[in-house]
Design a protein around this ligand. Structure first.
Ligand SMILES: C[S@@+](CC[C@H](N)C(=O)[O-])C[C@H]1O[C@@H](n2cnc3c(N)ncnc32)[C@H](O)[C@@H]1O
Length: 195
């Protein structure tokens, strides 16, 4: 199946996509990990911040948040909801994240529902780049959607977990089960990578 360009897809469809993202509640959609995190004072990077739903939640819980998305429309939409300018909104792209000059800068990196839009090779580059940006004892939270009918989505790199372990992460894999809101078979997996 031919892949379509993810950047133009998200840019052109941002209105309908943010409506969909806004249907979900952050605490509910991330219930398997979020209640264990005390966000107060944490430096959080939200990559693929989309509608800003999650980034705004992390900030509301006391985190210092940087939110990154490669879609300028997504960034403008989300920024308009940040009435008190609490969040640093940046247009940038995984795997390079060229805007980020400082290594070991974040306590928590959330890259939820974005990994499958990278090719398997880019997934590994992204993992290594996020590792560089993470503090000692930091965590990366990633969710991955397996959807063979989505011509934007790739399979997970077969060396993803081994690469994470070789970087020094303890890897917890949580089966997110079938997506009940989808008309066909879509499976979610959560990765909690801890240093
Ligand atoms: C499915 S949304 C995820 C939104 C939010 N994190 C969530 O959990 O609902 C994916 C977002 O990632 C952005 N995105 C996809 N690939 C990206 C990349 N390589 N670099 C930066 N942003 C990307 C899209 O523009 C979109 O806003």
């Amino acid at each position: 199946m031919n892949k379509i360009n993810p950047n133009s897809y998200f840019e052109n469809n941002y209105r309908s996509l943010v409506k969909r993202y806004n249907c979900y509640d952050t605490e509910d959609i991330h219930k398997s990990w979020i209640s264990n995190v005390n966000f107060q004072g944490l430096k959080v990077l939200d990559v693929g911040s989309g509608s800003g739903r999650d980034a705004l939640y992390y900030a509301s819980q006391g985190a210092e948040v940087t939110a990154i998305d490669f879609s300028s429309n997504m960034i403008s939409y989300a920024k308009a909801k940040d009435y008190f300018n609490k969040i640093n909104w940046i247009e940038d792209e995984l795997p390079n994240l060229a805007s980020q000059e400082h290594s070991s800068n974040f306590d928590l990196i959330a890259a939820t529902a974005i990994l499958m839009f990278l090719s398997p090779e880019e997934q590994i580059l992204a993992l290594k780049r996020l590792f560089e940006l993470l503090c000692a004892n930091g965590k990366i939270i990633m969710t991955f959607k397996e959807d063979l009918e989505d011509n934007l989505a790739y399979k997970l790199s077969p060396v993803f977990i081994d690469t994470a372990k070789s970087l020094g992460f303890e890897v917890k894999v949580v089966d997110g089960g079938v997506d009940k809101n989808s008309s066909h078979n879509v499976y979610w997996t959560l990765f909690i990578l801890s240093l």
